[in-house]
Design a protein around this ligand. Structure first.
Ligand SMILES: NC(=O)c1ccc[n+]([C@@H]2O[C@H](COP(=O)([O-])OP(=O)(O)OC[C@H]3O[C@@H](n4cnc5c(N)ncnc54)[C@H](OP(=O)(O)O)[C@@H]3O)[C@@H](O)[C@H]2O)c1
Length: 307
């Protein structure tokens, strides 16, 4: 199988590339960086380098400027949007140009698609509430779905907060814990729908080969946690001396619009379509995922919030 991958140098893309190569697939990575080819993996800087006769089986579209890297100024919001829409448009133009379009497009999206919800459980058919991330995901998905008109099977990857060691959201979330402070943002009652990176890679591999599947897929662990429950599970892996919630007003002051959109208003998302299709998560619960990342907990969990 030959796969064209965008975002192949990122937090998900790097281990995904390894996993595709281990399956014996050929991988072509579109990247802005100058990188050296290696057996099975070729880097290209422009899709114009792909000849019309190229036989691609799949396209996986993960590229985009990080939503959490910087405060959301109007210009950075523009970059977040254009970095995703422009590459997706270029991929669609390539699919039109190829003599034989790929069989499948797996296009990243996020659970931000659903907007702000309180306690209700969200599946792929749940309605969305308006917001910046919601509009971004919705427009990005709509654009990706236009590949269906070329006969391409399209799967939309509605990713939760992807966790693993060595970067990503967990590095930021665990920062205060490393200094002995167990912390969470706001009330702590907001839902955090997370997923272990290994399960993301496995879910992508699953969707790649299941010709009968298409449409949106929540890629989140089956058991989301509240921010407070998550902090408690994280605390078990750190030597902390105090615990404190960071007031929502401070988070808003420090992070601006990003705070309510990404951190203070959660979503309780369930991977209904993946589970219905027979996908099994290796890490369904927060303690199981954190134990895989950090090893055995250093302290035992109790049920008290005042421990
Ligand atoms: N990680 C998560 O928790 C999470 C959660 C929900 C959704 N997602 C979505 O899943 C996708 C992959 O996530 P990730 O964590 O692997 O992302 P990442 O580590 O930030 O990597 C994304 C890749 O996109 C490319 N990129 C970055 N800025 C760009 C720009 N301004 N213009 C064009 N390309 C740019 C980079 O590739 P090159 O430098 O090689 O060009 C980078 O390696 C993203 O679209 C993200 O929004 C991720």
């Amino acid at each position: 199988m030959r796969v064209l991958l965008t975002g192949g140098t990122g937090f998900i893309g790097v281990p995904l590339t390894e996993s595709l190569l281990a399956r014996g697939y050929d991988v072509i990575v579109l990247s802005r960086q100058t990188l050296t080819d290696r057996p099975g993996c070729r880097f290209i800087s422009s899709l114009d380098r792909v000849p019309v006769t190229e036989e691609l089986d799949a396209v996986i579209n993960l590229a985009g400027a990080s939503l959490a890297a910087r405060r959301w100024s109007e210009s950075y919001k523009g970059e977040i949007v254009s970095s995703r829409m422009d590459i997706t448009r270029q991929l669609l133009a390539l699919m039109v140009r190829l003599s034989c379009p790929p069989k499948v497009l797996l296009s990243a999206s996020a659970i931000g698609y659903y907007g702000h919800h309180d306690d209700e459980q969200l599946t792929e058919s749940s309605p969305a509430t308006p917001g910046f991330a919601q509009k971004l995901c919705s427009n990005w998905e709509t654009l990706a779905l236009t590949a269906q008109s070329l006969g391409v099977r399209v799967c939309l990857l509605r990713l939760g907060v992807v966790l693993d060691g060595g970067g990503g959201a967990l590095e930021e979330m665990a920062k205060s814990f490393r200094f002995g402070v167990a912390s969470w943002l706001g009330s702590g009652s907001q839902w955090l729908s997370w997923v272990h990176r290994e399960d993301v890679i496995r879910a992508i591999g699953f969707l790649l080969t299941r010709d009968d599947l298409q449409g949106p897929f929540n890629i989140t662990a089956p058991e989301p946690a509240t921010a407070w429950e998550f902090a408690r599970a994280l605390k078990a892996h750190h030597r902390t001396f105090i615990q404190a919630g960071v007031p929502a007003s401070i988070a808003r002051l420090l992070l601006g619009e990003m705070a309510p959109e990404l951190l203070l208003n959660g979503q309780r998302v369930l991977p209904a379509q993946l589970q219905r299709s027979g996908f099994e998560f290796n890490y369904p619960t927060t303690p199981s995922a954190l134990a895989a990342i950090y090893g055995t907990p250093t302290t035992t969990l109790t049920n008290s919030s005042s421990e």
